[in-house]
Design a binder for this molecule. Sequence first.
Ligand code: FES
Length: 174
Amino acid sequence: MNPLRNTGQEQEPLWREEVSIFAADERYVNRRQFAKFLVLTSAGMFAGNLWILIRSWLTGKTVYPIRPVALIGEIPVGGSRLFNYPGPNDPCILIRPSENEFAAYSQKCTHLSCAVYYAPGNGRFECPCHQGYFSARDGRVLQGPPQRPLPRILLRRQGDRLIAVGVDLQTEGA
Ligand code: FES
């Protein structure tokens, strides 16, 4: 400790408390340095998050591949077919509820990702893990623990082929 500090004979300048002339005091971080560190760290984190936000705005929406997933003749009325979209590890299920009606959804249950299967008699997808049911008409939850509808695979019909063109996560109104 600096012996001159407590003499009380003359007023010491404030900087003396911040800047020690003793080498032993250099290892201590004073309050001002610590506050400066906190402010700079927070400013850095704020700038980083702002950059991530701006970049996500600039890059826009996810671009999905356009890929044929089935031939119409391969799916009987009331039947289903499995495929992967948009990636090789994204299982989906394509159904044909009537002659000219096709729909596809992610096959992963939105509860804990068990594979749902199509129950055409009930007009729904059923998850065997916890009895979660989803409507085959629009993927919404009918029963069970899932809170979100099944993501819908957007299809386009091209001649005798069905083409997947995107994914609707159906998060609005969920
Ligand atoms: S994983 Fe499907 S209901 Fe739980």
